[in-house]
Write a protein that binds this ligand. Sequence first.
Ligand code: 5GP
Length: 139
Amino acid sequence: MAYDPNNIFAKIVRGEAPCFKVYEDDRTLAFMDIMPQAEGHTLIIPKEGAESIFDLSPEGAAALIKTTKKIAVAVKEVTKAPGVMLAQLNGTAAGQTVFHIHFHVIPRTGGIDLKLHAREQADFEKLKALAAKISAAIK
Ligand code: 5GP
């Protein structure tokens, strides 16, 4: 499948759609997932238009994992979750639903199940507050 430049994350990169921004640099952008599977669920994307790991440049991949680490550390600090899960899905068969590559950073606490994937929209005021806290915790 060819990369669709009108996917929602491409629109967020271009500033044509809103997001609760956590972090931005030349190559990457991080923002809150609006249908979080746990409180603090954050997405990290490259600015480069790539659908999945298979068409992402090596430079884009390096920048993406570097930012993902930064965000994972900040999310852990803010949520105080004992564990943090990273997820990155490639292709419909793997469960990918937005076709612009991204990492999920999802805080995990033993005994608390994840909410369903991309199902329930969170309170926007809470997302805004979390984005500000995570952003402030980035080293
Ligand atoms: P995927 O299934 O592709 O790995 O994950 C896509 C993620 O994007 C899901 O967790 C879903 O909740 C999230 N998502 C879908 N649409 C939007 C949107 O418009 N804004 C934000 N911030 N997240 C979205």
